[in-house]
Structure formats: C-alpha cells, structure tokens
Ligand binder design. Sequence first.
Ligand SMILES: [Mn+2]
Length: 403
Amino acid sequence: MIRFIHAADLHLDTPFSGLEQTSKTLAEKLREAPFESLAKIVDIAIEKAVDFVLFSGDLYNTKRVNIKAQSLFIEHLNRLNKADIPVYLIRGNHDYLTEEAQKLALPFPKNVYTYGPDVETHILETKNKERIAITGFSYDTQWVTERKIKKYPKRRPDVNLQIGLLHGDIETSLTREANYAPFTLAELREKNYDYWALGHVHQRQQIAEQPSVYYPGNIQGLHKNETGEKGCLFVEWTPREQHVQFIPTAPVIWESMTLELSEIENVSDLIQAMQEAIAEKEYKQDVLINLIIKAKTDDDEDLIHFTQEKEFAEQLSKQLGVSNVWVASVELIVEEATDQQALQKMYPNEWDKVLRKAEKTTIFNELTERIFEQIPSRYLNQKNSKAYREQMIQKAIAKLHLK
Ligand SMILES: [Mn+2]
C-alpha cells in the first residue's frame, strides 16, 4: 500500500491586515494559524509514516517572502526530513518563482524536491520498493495562460502509481478567462494517471473518482467567504482500492451566521439567539463569525443603528461569553420589500424579464469580463467560483429591488 498526504494553498505568510482594524488579537491569531495547520499536517505525516508529502502550489501568499515565514516553513520540512519523508512541491500563482525570489530563498532540506517551470517527472521508490512517478511544474510568472496540461506525458508503464501535481483552474462553463494553467477533466483523463493532486481552488472538492482528481482546498480559511473546516487529504492507495480521507487541521474556522431582525425584539434576544446557535454547533476550533443581519425598512431603526456601531462586533464577542468564538464582522442587509412589491405589481412582465436576464450567468460574464481583465487577480481571487458569481448577481438583484 502507498500512503501519502496531499495539501495545497498554504498561503503561509498571509498578513490578515483587514482584520487588524477589528481586533489586533484576532489578526495575530490568524497570522499564526496557517503555520499551526501546517504543523498538524506534518504531525499526521510523521505519525502515519506516509511515503511522501505533496504540496500543490501557493505555499506562500507573495512572491517575495519574509525570512520568518521561510524559516518556519523550513522548520517543518526539516521535521519531515528527520522522519525520512520526501516532499514534492510546486509553486503557484501567488508564490511563483522569480529570479529575485530564488536569490532570497533560504535553502530547503534535501528531502524536498521543487519542480521547475517546465513539466518534469520525478521517480520515487518507496521503502516497500513501489515505484511512483510524480509529474508537475512550477509557475515562474503570475499568469500561466499556456495549456501546460499538454506538456504532461502519458502515464509511464513501469511504475505502480503516477501522480500529476497541477496548480490551476479546471475549466467549466463559468470559466471565462484562462490565466491559471487551464485544463479540462477530459485532458486529465487522457494522461491515464492514477491521482491528480490539484491546487489553486480554495474550496475542497473531488472533481472525479476515476481517476482520483482532488482539490484539497487551502489549509486555513483566509477570509469570511472561506468558511468551514480546512485541512489536508490523506490517501491510501492499492491498485484495487483507493481511500482518500479529509483531515481537518485549521485551528481557526470562519463561519457565517444569519439573523432576521424581525424575529428579534432587543439586544438581549440577539445575544441569546447567537449563543444558542453557537452551542448547537459544538465548535472545537477557534471560530470567527461573520454575522449577517437581515432587516426590512420597517424594522426597528434603533436596533439597526446599534448593530452598525464601530465597536459592535468586538463588544458583542465579549458579551457572547464563549471563549473560542468571536464576531469578526457584521453585515447588514436591508430589504426594502415594499418598494419591490409595488414595482412588481405595476410592471410584472418587465420585472420578470429583468430578473431572468440578470440571473443568466452568460450575460453576467459578458458584462463583467472587461472588469475582470483589468483588475489584478489578487483582488478577485475567487472570480471563477460559481458561488462568487452567484453572490454578485444576488447583490445586483437586491440593488434592483431597491430602485
Ligand atoms: Mn493559486
């Protein structure tokens, strides 16, 4: 049996500067979180005595990495080295290899293999004499528009297992532009590999079962839209049976919680409703909540304004009295239901038409394509995710309702 760990999108040196204004303590906690998550992944690798570890790109958040982040990462690579566990890694669009980055890089221990910008295959022989081919490449520019998948060779006949390491975007009907080494599932299948260790998409997902194609997601949620548990995949492999298990390792998780203001009389109610929802979840990690307050224009104005005060989130966190839960942000959504109903009544056909049009993602894509082209990708990290596009459409429709 071959056993390995597949992780991606470590984003170790993420500054979490946005949170600095809300709470310095939270920002500090989050800055340490990716390293804690990595430490756990390495613990698991050592404890399970895996044959090797794969990191599918975006190890760091930036191309020029500060010395502390580098040296912490290397500390954990050294632990794997001591345990005699090889590491195969590629660089992604965030930590792409520039000449400058290479000049300022602390050396990795000898158990680590970093792929270059051309697709190459490395052969590993495990302690049980199983031969494994691992094929991959690293980004050396922020955008890789080339279909790198075409450079991946077909599966070798002389190995027990062949793995593709690939940091990039799988193309779906929603993908409009192709800056991240685009590929389709059909193109992956053509290669006849046994496992595709993908990176780039932060939402954990299985793309296919035959062959196994996985995005493990990132190892720590980076902001309020990256909710839920984060971690790594532990793979146990025999020719007959493949077992892929997600192991949560992120010490801090993001969650969103929605409260309808119409169901709340006063602040005590609000606190109690939150406490009950939190108790039900039995969180084991530290939790950062994005509180979404849904209000209608005829809801209590005092209460609405109170929740919008600058220190509301921080002080609400204290009042909740749950040691591992914080309110990181408060979002207010005001629905002006009455105006909408009036408009809908007056122009029912036109209203329906507009909504149907707005909900069609192709139209949305066409309208926003030029914006996406011009804004640097770091500001639009999730522009290809279906959820992100749907969210934008929802927001646009909500605005329509208001007019
Ligand atoms: Mn990426």
